[in-house]
Design a protein around this ligand. Sequence first.
Ligand SMILES: [Zn+2]
Length: 148
Amino acid sequence: MEDAAVLETVTAAANSVKAVVEAIKAARGKAKGNAEALAALVNAQELALSLQSSLFEAKEQAFALQEENRQLRAQVREHETRALEREGYERRKMGQAVVVVHEDHPDRPLCATCFAAGRMVDLVELPLVAQVVGTHICPTCELPVKLK
Ligand SMILES: [Zn+2]
């Protein structure tokens, strides 16, 4: 499950409980004169308020986990990049662009944007008539680059 989806679910649950608390308040207003019904509604209201405070806590925790997850993902990407560098890859300026190449295939440029995201994508040379913005294009992120 995505972090954002967890937060959305908890927020929706918190809103539902808020509506339940309001409904109980309204019911209490109508139960005046009936001590038994009133006592039951007071009990229900306490339970709903307790649930509401638990959901507020869950929401805060979901926020914190989302942030932690974001930081961990960034760390993983950094580690992956360093691991790839150890495997012989490097960023290199080629023409007017920065690409990633492997030391064994210096003439085979990879998309630097995709490489940073952990994907190895060969840049594809555009036909001459299409070389307006760039000479090559990444088939994945569709960014044109000028390698000449
Ligand atoms: Zn790309």
